[in-house]
Design a protein around this ligand. Structure first.
Ligand code: UDP
Ligand code: MG
Length: 314
């Protein structure tokens, strides 16, 4: 008897993707066709509390295709939670992650799969070679974020890296073994290590529908990344503290000498106000940083589940 073919699980987080899903499904069927005889496939769709017809679309796909499985959340929990749920549900020897909007071209998958299946690599990851079609300011901030992140954290994150990747079972289990509530997948994928081969491709515009990320959401997400993988911001307060202690010593010396030589004609209200306001600002700023970490710790310590599943099929 022949051994069963290796199973490839493709995890797709979907939030209001009713327009994109049929196009994606077509591409995935074409992909499955090209891998026929070499791999079995399962598609794990995670409906992240969509308010449009995403769930109905998934149910329809399930009815016609036994390779389709889906989970549906009780509300929107965010892409990170959807990814986690999908990875947990996946049963494949190889596990792929891709977006529903075809910004992660499935046509790359055979090549990526070959790299991992060869045993030479544990993971085939992708990055965009350009950010073509993205607003200029967004690219600017994105580049700045990656530079900063790589400086201050111990997870190296490649600029332009996407979540689109294929991993073997060992690496998938390693990613799943990290129990944290505040998940920043790009960091988790990098933190676990393993041999990663990078594939590059041009930025592809969304196939249909609209992006779910506002600029503000992205900024919040970048802080998520930094606080999850670096404690450097916590050191900022100490650095400021030391700097100002030094400055204070110098100031004290200056004031004493000045008073001894010229007496004390009670002046310097403006300079005093400037110092008080400036110090107050710095203090609030650093307490704010402290608060952010405390908040994360608080959320972790509650051990809430990262998502709630309303329906799982089959
Ligand atoms: N997504 C999700 N939950 C969310 C936001 C997004 O599952 O709260 C999914 C979305 O359906 C898509 C992927 O995450 O498959 C990437 O989202 P999007 O294309 O909006 O982000 P962008 O490509 O613009 O960064
Ligand atoms: Mg997209």
């Amino acid at each position: 008897m022949k051994p069963p073919l290796p199973l490839l699980s493709l995890v797709v987080p979907c939030y209001n993707e009713e327009e994109a899903l049929p196009i994606l499904y077509e591409e995935l069927t074409a992909l499955a066709f090209s891998l026929e005889g070499r791999y079995r496939l399962e598609f794990v769709f995670v409906d992240d509390g969509s308010s449009d017809g995403t769930l109905d679309t998934l149910a329809a796909l399930l009815a016609q295709d036994s390779r389709v499985r889906y989970l549906s959340f009780s509300r929107n929990f965010g892409k990170e939670a959807a990814l986690l749920a999908g990875l947990r549900a996946s049963r494949g020897d190889y596990v792929g992650v891709l977006d529903a909007d075809l910004q992660d071209p499935p046509s790359l998958i055979p090549e990526m799969l070959d790299a991992v299946a060869s045993g030479q690599w544990d993971c085939a990851a992708t990055k965009r070679s350009t950010r073509k079609g993205e607003p200029f300011v967004r690219s600017l901030f994105a580049h700045a974020f990656y530079r900063l992140m790589n400086r201050i954290s111990d997870a190296h994150i490649v600029d332009g890296a996407r979540d689109f990747r294929i991993m073997n079972r060992v690496m998938t289990d390693a990613v799943l073994s990290m129990p944290e509530y505040n998940r920043f997948s790009k960091g988790l994928f990098s933190w676990v290590g393993f041999r990663t081969r990078w594939f590059e491709y041009d930025n592809v515009p969304r196939s249909a529908g609209t992006t779910k990320w506002s600029f503000f959401k992205l900024v919040a997400y970048s802080f998520e990344g930094i606080s999850a993988f670096s404690t450097f911001p916590l050191a900022i307060a100490s650095a400021f503290g030391m700097l100002f202690c030094l400055a204070a010593f110098v100031m004290i010396a200056v004031v004493i000498v000045k008073t001894l030589i010229w007496g004390d004609p009670v002046a310097g209200y403006p300079s005093m106000m400037s110092v008080i306001l400036f110090m107050g600002g710095i203090q609030l700023f650093t307490i704010g940083i402290l608060g952010q970490y405390l908040a994360k710790t608080y959320l972790e310590s509650k051990k809430r589940p990262p998502y709630v599943v309303r329906e799982e099929k089959p």
